[in-house]
Design a protein around this ligand. Structure first.
Ligand code: 48F
Length: 322
């Protein structure tokens, strides 16, 4: 077990003034002495002049290039919860170009808060190798039930996914899809702040060979497709079946079964898969989310390869006859 802990969602409401006073006093005394006194022994003074215009230019240009470079991607993932992150990680490691859009400022979805803000998660045996791939520490609680610190788990998933090559666009919401008569071919984006403020601002669009709805309980992309794109979903009723009440065991199995293509060009993963196909919720056990992310990555790699094969000229490697 780790010998330190992070408690998120808690505020320190009592500060012992006696304890902080000596520190405050020391800082103030340093300020009135010469500037050299602030430096500790061996520390070098930062003599670089800092120009705010360069800071702004660096951020604008770097973000502009990131955005321009992702107007066409192999897979657009909607939602940065555990399922979307794990999917992105395995796809990027296989060399695919992936953009992940997250509505909120922080990526991570529902994993930060563990169960009811008790920041521990439970993961079953079958998904431990995914935690190991990422380097998340875990320990057995009972036979088959393992726990991990939810802050360590999600922060590690986020960091490894970005390092694997996934470009994460946070504060951006997917509000619609790009459609052609027979399939979904991309996503329509707007700043989350535009949505929150209710501003009348037109969106921008990105082409994607495939889209993954990893938006969690809300199934936002599937809802758009159901309401606005002609055709039927690959569900029993042709519509969203809707999430059912909690049944952890059944839900964990079904999450994996329900991870698949629900409309040409659109896959579902994580809780969105269960809500689309009518599975129950599972609560704070996260193995299904991790396994679903990996499964959708495998399905997409196969689909991307099949698409590339179809695009190749069918001449069996022979030189074309003239
Ligand atoms: O909800 P979320 O964590 O989905 P998940 O990966 O995992 C589900 C579990 O957290 C938990 C559970 C497991 O035991 O039941 O709920 O399936 O992450 C979904 C993310 O998608 C973002 C949302 O802010 C959240 O971070 N999101 C939702 N709609 C959009 C979106 C959208 N239209 N555009 C961009 N991001």
């Amino acid at each position: 077990m780790p010998n330190h802990a992070i408690f998120n969602g808690l505020s320190l409401i009592l500060i012992d003034k006696q304890k902080i006073r000596p520190y405050t006093w020391k800082v103030n005394r340093n300020r009135i002495n010469s500037k050299e006194n602030i430096l500790r022994k061996g520390e070098k003074r930062n003599t670089m002049e800092i120009d705010e215009r360069i800071i702004s230019k660096a951020i604008i240009e770097r973000f502009y290039h990131k955005l321009m470079n992702h107007l066409e991607v192999d897979v657009a993932i909607v939602g940065g919860g555990p399922a979307g992150l794990v999917a992105g990680y395995y796809l990027a490691r296989a060399g695919r170009k992936i953009a992940l859009y997250e509505r909120k400022l922080s990526v991570g979805g529902g994993m930060w808060g563990g169960g009811m803000m008790f920041n521990e998660i439970v993961v079953q045996e079958t998904a431990l190798d995914i935690l190991d791939n990422f380097g998340v520490r875990h320990c057995e609680y009972d036979r088959g039930y393992h726990t991990a610190d939810s802050v360590e788990a999600i922060s590690t998933l986020v960091s490894r996914t970005v390092q694997a090559g996934v470009s994460v666009f946070n504060c951006i919401s997917v509000e619609d899809v790009l459609m052609r008569p027979d399939r979904v071919v991309g996503v329509v984006l707007n700043w989350s702040a535009v949505q929150l403020a209710g501003l009348h601002v037109d969106p921008l669009a990105v082409r994607a060979r495939f889209v993954v709805d990893a938006s969690g309980h809300a199934t936002e992309v599937v809802k758009v497709v159901q309401n606005k794109v002609p055709g039927q979903l690959a569900t029993p009723s042709g519509k969203i079946e809707g999430e059912k009440s909690m049944w952890s065991e059944e839900a964990e199995t079904l999450t994996l079964e329900n991870t698949r293509e629900v409309f040409p060009g659109l896959f579902v993963a994580g809780m969105s898969a269960n809500a689309t196909f009518g599975g129950p919720r599972m609560g704070a056990i996260f193995g299904g989310m991790l396994l679903s992310g990996r499964k959708v990555a495998d399905l997409l790699l196969a689909a991307l390869n099949a698409q590339s094969d179809q695009a190749k000229p069918q001449n069996n490697g022979m030189e074309p006859t003239r």
